[in-house]
Every structure is written in C-alpha cells, then in structure tokens.
Write a protein that binds this ligand. Structure first.
Ligand SMILES: CC(C)(COP(=O)(O)OP(=O)(O)OC[C@H]1O[C@@H](n2cnc3c(N)ncnc32)[C@H](O)[C@@H]1OP(=O)(O)O)[C@@H](O)C(=O)NCCC(=O)NCCS
Length: 144
C-alpha cells in the first residue's frame, strides 16, 4: 500500500538518496552537489515541499516543488522541481498519485514544471493526467 507524506528535516538522508537515484537514472550523477546537511536546512523552509511516496514504509518515489510568484498574474504557483518513481515501481500509478497529491496541495494554484524533449515516456504520462506541454528553450548562465 502506497502512502504519501511531506518530508521533514529528519528525512534529509532519504531525500538525498532519492535525488541521487533520479540523477543516476538521468546520467547526471555528477550534477549532485547538495549535501545531507544542506537538505536538512532546505526541508525546513516553508516555500519548499518534498512529498515522499512510501510502500509499506519504504521510500519509492517523490515529487518536490517550490512556491513562487508570477510577476504577470501576481499569483503564487507551484514550480515542480522533480518527479521520480523507482524503476521497480513504475507503471503502477505511484507517479499519478504523487501528481494528484501536488494538485491537492496546490489548492487551485497553477502547477508548472520542465520536462526534457527526449523524455517522451514522461511526456506521455503528463499528457495522460491532463497537463498541457509547451515548448520553450531554457536559459542557463553562470556569470563569472
Ligand atoms: C514519469 C514517472 C514519474 C511516472 O511514474 P509512474 O508511477 O510510472 O506513473 P504511473 O504508473 O502513474 O503512470 C504510468 C505512465 O507513465 C509512463 N511511464 C513513463 N516511464 C515509464 C516507465 N519506465 N515504466 C512504466 N511507465 C512509464 C507511461 O506512459 C505510463 O502511461 P501508460 O500507463 O498510459 O502507458 C516515472 O516513470 C519516472 O520516475 N520516470 C523516471 C524519472 C522521470 O522521467 N521523471 C520525470 C521528469 S520530468
């Protein structure tokens, strides 16, 4: 049985392991520089939400987001950071349960996120649950 709960600072090590799993799945393990103590602090911040899905108490996935404000509408929205379900758990509805939990927490606010052009399986998943996918380039700049 799957249960979904909000992670707290006490879950920082589990959260770190799950983020590393997703990064490895995407061949981006090199991109993980956050530490468990960093996450302990981040998870205590009110604008950050990290929901863990557990099967019989064991972590099997997560969805994470930040609450942000749109300068155009003046309204807050949820910016999803990651959605991840462990490989052995995929295709059983855990991803959809996580997105529905985010929707419930959003309480009417818009939810936005990014998905790689190459990640067609995830795009099918998002379309199936009723989301709209728009194409845009993502800017990234590391000024020196
Ligand atoms: C995308 C993801 C979160 C979906 O979670 P899930 O628990 O498998 O989703 P559900 O069981 O609710 O829905 C299954 C749907 O997801 C899609 N899907 C994506 N990858 C899948 C996989 N590896 N295995 C099974 N289904 C997959 C399928 O299109 C499936 O739709 P279908 O039943 O119409 O064929 C999950 O596959 C995942 O973690 N993928 C790797 C990380 C990732 O790509 N995250 C999204 C980044 S934007």
């Amino acid at each position: 049985m799957i249960s979904i709960r909000r992670a707290t600072s006490a879950d920082a090590a589990t959260v770190h392991a799950l983020i590393c799993e997703l990064a490895e799945h995407q061949d981006q393990a090199w991109g993980i520089t956050v530490s468990v103590p960093d996450l302990r602090q981040m998870l205590a911040r009110p604008e950050i939400t990290y929901l863990i899905a557990e099967r019989d108490g064991q972590p099997v996935g997560y969805v994470s987001w930040l609450e942000r404000i749109s300068f155009w509408s003046g309204e807050n929205y949820l910016h999803l950071d990651d959605l991840y379900v462990a490989a052995t758990e995929r295709g059983h509805g855990v991803g959809e349960q996580l997105m529905r939990a985010a929707a419930e927490a959003a309480d009417g606010k818009v939810i936005r996120w990014e998905v790689a052009e190459a990640n067609e399986a995830a795009q099918r998943f998002y379309t199936r649950i009723g989301a709209t996918l728009l194409s845009k380039k993502i800017g990234r700049w590391q000024p020196r």
